[in-house]
Design a protein. Structure first.
Length: 362
């Protein structure tokens, strides 16, 4: 017996809701000038954005990283690979590491201070960015006007305060502000299924986009490879230097023995025999030492080459690049929808406010 009133009340509530919605629509039609003004303002704003829009030239470079390092896990990887379980693709950790390196100041600094020619001007990439985006240097005096600034050298260790400020400004443009990362000139990403990485560059100049993408890839791959083999490279350099020093001493001792025999062809004294014996024994020891060091050098060289990651370029951007465009029709539709929504909301809020004040007066 209690369910019947409940259903009746629900029907009444739905009826009231429909009537209220109808009254709101009538109110909007009655005060149609308010949505009209809002639509006109929104459309005007969208047209302004369309007129002032500066096209950007997207340049995308894709590459893959092969990190089959061999070693103790190489055999297991090979066995698992026969059953379709192994993989020589880099781990997600290493791909995330490459993405983090793409935003590091060290990699971006190497990119910015590489020289290239754009529009007949051979200069640092940093200076090309400054010209393209009309970036001004800090004022010479407090409260003064910003001044023109260009980098004259790439010795970061002796940069002054102004040069450091400009460097950080360019660095912020490339990686984007933390609150608006979509404004970054350079972004990096990878496909989780294929592990193919990409570097996307968007600037207002076609040549600058192409150059920045290429130099960014070169700096990133060079730095990543050098960091990956840093330990093995140090070991190889040490044993290689040891090999060279042992070989130098061995050659010198061999020359001393040959010279000793040439100057004492008919030696009769036992002291001369002792000297020859000592040189011969030293040569034997140095030869054994050199053989051992040579073996260690070969092992270090193999370890270095086995550790070396292989970064392969897949696709590089080519000129001409189609600039990104925005549709005027789409902007107009957005203006109509946004303006209509805001105008209708204002009319409805006005009606609700009048009803509330009328209820309070009673």
């Amino acid at each position: 017996m209690e369910e019947i009133p409940k259903t009746y009340n629900e029907e009444i509530s739905l009826r009231d809701l429909i009537l209220k919605g109808g009254s709101f629509i009538q109110e909007i039609l009655r005060h149609w000038r308010i949505p009209e003004v809002c639509i006109a303002l929104a459309v005007g704003f969208q047209v302004y954005k369309y007129i002032t829009f500066e096209p950007v030239y997207p340049a995308k470079i894709t590459f893959s990283v092969d990190e089959d390092e061999g070693g103790s896990n190489a055999g297991l990887t090979g066995i698992l690979g026969q059953f379709g379980l192994g993989s020589v693709r880099p781990s997600r950790y290493n791909l995330d590491k490459i993405m983090a390196l793409s935003k590091s100041r060290r990699v971006i600094e190497h990119t910015l201070f590489s020289k290239l020619s754009i529009d007949g001007k051979n200069d640092f990439l940093a200076n090309h960015l400054i010209r393209e985006y009309k970036i001004k240097g800090p004022a010479a005096t407090p409260g003064g006007k910003p001044t023109d600034f260009f980098f004259t050298h790439d010795s970061l260790a002796i940069f002054n305060r102004t040069e450091n400020e400009m460097l950080m400004t360019l660095y912020g443009m490339i990686i984007g502000p933390p609150e608006h990362p979509e404004k970054a000139l350079v972004t990096a990403d990878y496909n989780e299924d294929t592990n193919i990485m990409s570097i996307d560059v968007s600037t207002s100049d076609e040549a600058l986009s192409l150059a920045l993408a290429q130099r960014m890839f070169e700096s990133l791959s060079r730095y990543y490879v050098n960091k990956a083999i840093e330990k093995q490279l140090k070991t190889y350099n040490v044993v290689s230097a040891k090999k060279d020093s042992v070989l130098t001493v061995l050659k010198s001792t061999e020359y001393q023995l040959a010279n000793f025999k040439d100057t004492r062809r008919g030696l009769l004294m036992r002291t001369d025999q002792i000297s020859e014996l000592r040189l011969t024994r030293e040569i034997t020891a140095l030869s054994a030492m050199y053989a051992e060091v040579l073996k260690n050098t070969e092992v270090a060289d193999f370890s270095l080459k086995n550790k070396l990651p292989f970064i392969q370029l897949i696709d590089a951007p080519l000129s001409p690049i189609q600039p990104t465009q925005i549709s005027l029709l789409r902007k107009l539709l957005m203006g109509i929808i946004i303006g209509g929504f805001i105008g209708s909301a204002l009319v409805i809020c006005r009606r609700i406010w009048i009803d509330i004040m009328a209820d309070q007066s009673h």
